[in-house]
Structures are given as structure tokens and as C-alpha cells.
Design a protein around this ligand. Structure first.
Ligand SMILES: Nc1ncnc2c1ncn2[C@@H]1O[C@H](COP(=O)(O)OP(=O)(O)O)[C@@H](O)[C@H]1O
Ligand SMILES: [Mg+2]
Length: 254
């Protein structure tokens, strides 16, 4: 059966799209067939991240009833498949959100996992996503505004009778971060992954690629691979590559 995982948040800019891309690529490292769907219909940008902003058929065309979703599935050289949104200014005109569930259901059995990158907040597009999925991950950062908005989103999701699988805490590692334990206590949810803040995130965007593929031993890549392994009940252990100072000190100790 195809697992459908929605990546949601309260606040924008917390790292949902980055997480969706990297989790999809990480699952693909474990030989899973993955389709990544850009469910942020208002401001889609997965196609921009992957260096192909304009596609002949987008999710918006599918929701307008013009095309079948299988016509909007593109293969990316990383190994994942992508259903991009349209970045056109008037792309929302004429879309029917209630076509989303049917469209995603028609991918059942054609792939192992569907990841859906959501919009921030409690929007109609996210409610349409909720109705179509069986797994929800909340992305947030270790700071109060992001956590407050995450809590509100958690309550909204649960008010629709949907269960949240857990939280992905990204951009961690700064000295004023709210601690892991306090994040779990505040949200009342398990933190499934902690993803450090790292400048390679920007570098992978500039290179129009996915960090997990471009820098596979970077600590961010390893966090997403650990999360992917957990989600599919696989064993995985890999040490992140050492930075210059860590290499220097481990050499001195030898
Ligand atoms: N672990 C990270 N380290 C550094 N920057 C990150 C990390 N995760 C995401 N970012 C950056 O944060 C910004 C917002 O991320 P994005 O995924 O677009 O957020 P959202 O989809 O939630 O709005 C982007 O510039 C992205 O590259
Ligand atoms: Mg986004």
C-alpha cells in the first residue's frame, strides 16, 4: 500500500520544502519509490528548487480537471519523481481542491511513498491535503513563534480526527534554542528528527539540487536519512563527516 505523508507547519519558512525534498531523496536512498507532490498551491516552489520552474503539465492542471495526475509526474535525476505546481501568477484560477484527494488516490499502488509538501498555516489547501493522507509530520524550529504556530496546527489537524506521526525540528544547533525536551513537552508530540542548521542548505539551493544527494555525509543529510530509515523501519547508522577542527583534534589524540 502507498504511504501518503504530508509535511505541514504553522509558520512559513521553517523548512517544510527543504524537508520534503530531502526526506524524499533519503527514502530513495533506501530503494523506495517516492513521488514528491508540491501541495503548496499558493506559492509552489519545488520545481524552482530542482531547476525546472516551468513544466508542461502541473498539479494545478490536474486540479482544474485538464489532465490526469500521471501526466504531471516527472522523473528527477536524483531518483525521485515529482508532481510540481505551477508558479504562474493566476494558477489558482479554476482549481478545485476537492479533486486533490481523488488525484492522490489514483497514484495508489504506483509508488511506495507519496510526500506532500504543504503550505504554511491552516489554509484550505492544507485541509484538502489532510483529507488525502494517512501520515502527518509537523516541521518546526526551536524558537517560540514557530512552536506556537506548530501547536495551533497540531490542534487543527487533530480536530479533523487525523493523527500526527511526529515533529521534525529543523535549523537546530544555535545557543538560544529551546531544548529538545521542552519542544516535546510544549507540543505534546515526539520529535522524530533534529536537523541542524547548516550553510550547505543554501549551497544546495544554489546548485539546484538536494542536499542529501549533493553532500551525502553532511550532518543534515544524515539526519534526514535517519528519519527516512525510522519511517520505514530500517536500520541505518552512518557517522557524519568530520569538519576541519574535529579532524585536527582527532589526529592530535592518536
Ligand atoms: N537545516 C537547515 N539549515 C539551514 N537552512 C535551512 C535548513 N532547512 C531549511 N533551510 C532554509 O530555510 C529557508 C526556508 O526553508 P523552506 O523549506 O523553504 O521553508 P518552508 O517550506 O517551511 O516555507 C530556505 O532558505 C532553506 O534553504
Ligand atoms: Mg515551502
Amino acid at each position: 500500500m502507498t504511504q501518503k505523508i504530508a509535511i505541514l507547519s504553522g509558520k512559513g519558512g521553517v523548512g517544510k520544502t527543504f524537508t520534503s525534498l530531502n526526506l524524499a531523496a533519503a527514502l530513495s536512498c533506501f530503494n523506495k519509490d517516492v513521488i514528491l507532490v508540491d501541495g503548496n498551491l499558493t506559492t509552489p516552489n519545488i520545481s524552482v528548487h530542482l531547476g525546472a520552474p516551468n513544466v508542461p503539465v502541473s498539479l494545478h492542471d490536474v486540479l482544474k480537471g485538464k489532465n490526469h495526475i500521471t501526466e504531471a509526474v516527472y522523473s528527477h535525476h536524483s531518483g525521485i519523481k515529482v508532481v510540481p505546481g505551477s508558479i504562474a501568477y493566476k494558477s489558482l484560477n479554476g482549481i478545485k481542491l476537492n479533486n486533490l484527494k481523488k488525484a492522490l488516490y489514483s497514484l495508489d499502488g504506483l509508488t511506495d511513498i507519496i510526500i506532500i509538501d504543504g503550505a504554511p498555516g491552516l489554509t484550505a489547501e492544507n485541509i484538502a491535503i489532510l483529507e488525502a493522507v494517512n501520515n502527518i509530520l509537523i516541521v518546526t524550529n526551536p524558537e517560540l513563534p514557530a512552536l506556537t504556530d506548530a501547536l495551533k496546527t497540531i490542534k487543527m489537524v487533530e480536530s479533523y480526527g487525523k493523527r500526527i506521526r511526529g515533529v521534525i525540528l529543523t535549523k537546530t544547533g544555535n545557543k538560544d534554542d529551546i531544548t529538545f525536551e521542552n519542544v516535546e513537552a510544549f507540543l505534546g508530540k515526539k520529535v522524530l528528527a533534529e536537523v541542524p542548521e547548516d550553510k550547505k542548505a543554501r549551497e544546495s539551493l544554489v546548485k539546484k539540487g538536494i542536499l542529501v544527494n549533493l553532500f551525502p555525509r553532511n550532518k543534515v543529510a544524515i539526519s534526514y536519512k535517519k528519519l527516512a530509515a525510522d519511517l520505514i523501519n530500517e536500520q541505518y547508522f552512518e557517522e557524519p563527516e568530520k569538519g576541519f577542527f574535529e579532524r585536527f583534534f582527532s589526529w592530535r589524540k592518536d
